[in-house]
Design a protein around this ligand. Structure first.
Ligand SMILES: [Zn+2]
Ligand SMILES: [Zn+2]
Length: 572
């Protein structure tokens, strides 16, 4: 078990104890341990002896015993008893934002509500607002959170969906030559509802048998037919469809099963929808389908019916950004703040991957939860960067790799950045991001961001909405106003490439490009392997039509340095 899994078990225990009104000291024992253990980065807890565990901050003797048990078995007897005494529906209430175990206990004990459905009804008819300590505000918060939970049920983030799809595809490829991912997976959607896989075969029965022999796949017999297997992977809610198609129809079916409905409804110079051409005719390539319809070729990622034809009037697919176009990696964390690898490790791996520069951007001083850098830490880091850069220059004088001095500055509540001007001026570039006070009104969030964008030291606006896909809705912002302000102030917008974020949303990329706002595909890496998240960022950027020309980190080191110098001279 990893540290974070152990921490989760401790947190769950604390919540359940609180729910069951246990001794506060006992509750505190677990929550304090979880709080401190969350800070240990490596997966080491599982190897420690009880004596060693007892020496850690926040861990008492009895907690150490429990941790050792959790590390071995994933649980411990007291937790099992708590779980056995708690209805599943009550445990699900832990996912609701805005109410903690104490309030959940009230809902359960006083109103007798033990599932989300009844909770929703009780909110809708106003019962919850009348309970002491709740009120209309809390009731509305519960309803909003329930709506959000409902909306995300049965969906997977693209990274998880890809892993699931590939595991099935690899199994099928042992028997079939033509196995293709279609649907949202091929369109590189940030969130996937259905994993759709096409298999070219003349024998649907062989396909059904093959699927039957793959472990963990659970068929929904009612929804399946001889040609389409429907079901899911055990314990994974997302729907899976595996479709048998005749080999000679594979191109057409792959097209039909990939494109979104709005894309299929597009019509070109032929006067017919592209759906009609794909459905009634047979083509050798997808290019041929577009040609027949009299439409420009659209890459699979963009087949959404979300403005791709307008995009194609002024762009061609070969202009879309690719991984190989990227020349540097901006917005990364090191052990100076909450990263797992040292600055040197981060730099060496970045260079090894073939990039020309690493933009380090650790957290700023207000971010104490992430060990944000005090002014002395900034100075210390800048000294180390100078040393490393000198070494890189001596190792390869003709084309030296370089670390750029950045910071991810918190945007404070009033929109200002997190250091005095002289410190801000000591960085090569600044990513400005919101991390705290996330519940804001549209007006407040927009005004806060505007002030940060207008700050002359801001180079990049980091993860503009703060969303975490399928987990936390972002704060609301007036996208158009924010993008216009970035255009007016020469601020780049980040496409945070973490599959949790993919923020800026791809739907706004075309508007950015139209306004001349560059986008930076940033991994927000907290460890070396985090760089690879840029694959998700690239996929999502292409989906929105991002070209190499408008990609900030496709600039070479020379161009990047010139750009950053230009910004500094503008500040005077
Ligand atoms: Zn951040
Ligand atoms: Zn970050």
């Amino acid at each position: 078990m990893s540290n974070s899994e152990i921490v989760e078990v401790l947190e769950l225990t604390a919540k359940l104890l609180e729910l069951h009104n246990a001794d506060p000291f006992k509750i505190k024992g677990y929550s304090v341990a979880a709080f401190y253990l969350d800070k240990y980065k490596e997966s080491e807890l599982q190897f420690m002896t009880e004596q060693e565990l007892t020496k850690l901050q926040g861990v008492g003797k009895s907690t150490a015993t429990k941790i050792a048990q959790i590390a071995k078995t994933g649980t411990f007897p007291e937790l099992e008893e708590l779980i056995a005494n708690t209805p599943l529906g009550v445990m699900e209430m832990f996912n609701i934002k805005g109410i903690g175990p104490k309030k959940i206990a009230v809902l359960w004990q006083e109103l007798g509500i033990d599932n989300l459905h009844e909770l929703e009804l009780a909110c809708l008819n106003g019962t919850v607002a009348k309970v002491k300590g709740f009120g209309a505000n809390t009731q509305q918060k519960i309803l909003d959170s329930l709506a959000f939970l409902k909306d995300q049920a049965g969906k997977l983030r693209m990274d998880k969906a890809e892993v699931a799809a590939n595991s099935i595809i690899n199994e099928l490829k042992k028997t079939f030559d033509q196995v293709e991912a279609a649907g949202e997976i091929r369109r590189k959607s940030e969130v996937v509802e259905t994993i759709r896989i096409l298999v070219g075969t003349d024998s649907p029965a062989l396909l059904q048998n093959t699927i039957g022999s793959i472990g963990l796949l659970v068929q929904d017999e009612k929804k399946s037919s001889p040609f389409v297997w429907r079901g899911n992977i055990q314990d994974v809610a997302v729907a899976i469809e595996i479709v048998a198609v005749k080999p000679e129809r594979l191109v057409n079916e792959l097209f039909l099963e990939t494109a979104g409905e709005d894309h299929l409804g597009l019509a070109g110079t032929s006067g017919n929808t592209i759906w009609r051409h794909a459905y009634y005719e047979t083509a050798d390539t997808e290019h041929a389908i577009y040609e027949k319809a009299g439409l420009p070729y659209i890459v699979p990622e963009m087949r959404e019916g979300a403005g791709e034809l307008a995009w194609a009037e002024t762009h061609t697919p070969d202009q879309l950004v690719t991984w190989d176009d990227l020349r540097g990696i901006l917005h990364n964390h090191s052990t100076y703040s909450d990263g797992q690898h040292t600055l040197e490790q981060m730099a060496l791996y970045c260079r090894e991957l073939g990039f020309e520069y690493l933009g380090i951007a650790d957290h700023s001083q207000t971010a104490t939860y992430a060990q944000g850098l005090k002014v002395e830490d900034v100075e210390r880091q800048h000294e180390e960067i100078a040393r490393l850069n000198a070494r890189f220059a001596s190792e390869n004088p003709s084309k030296p790799f370089k670390i750029l001095k950045g910071i991810e500055s918190d945007i404070l509540g009033d929109g200002s950045l997190d250091y005095p001007a002289d410190v801000l001026a000591s960085f090569d570039y600044i990513v400005a991001s919101v991390h705290s006070n996330l519940s804001m009104t549209l007006e407040k969030a927009t005004a806060r961001l505007l002030k940060a964008i207008e700050n002359p030291y801001t180079t990049i606006l980091g993860h503009p909405t703060g969303r975490l896909l399928l987990s936390r809705e972002g704060y609301p912002i007036e996208h158009q106003v924010i993008i216009d302000a970035c255009a007016a102030n020469g601020v780049v917008i980040e496409i945070n490439a973490s599959p949790w974020r993919l923020d800026l949303d791809w739907r706004w990329i075309a508007y950015c490009m139209e306004k001349g706002v560059m986008l930076s595909i940033n991994p927000d890496a907290h460890a070396m392997e985090g760089y690879l998240d840029m694959h998700y960022g690239v996929a999502n950027a292409r989906k929105g039509g991002l070209t190499k020309d408008m990609t900030f980190n496709a600039l070479s080191l020379g161009q990047m340095e010139e750009y950053l110098r230009g910004r500094i001279s503008k500040m005077g």
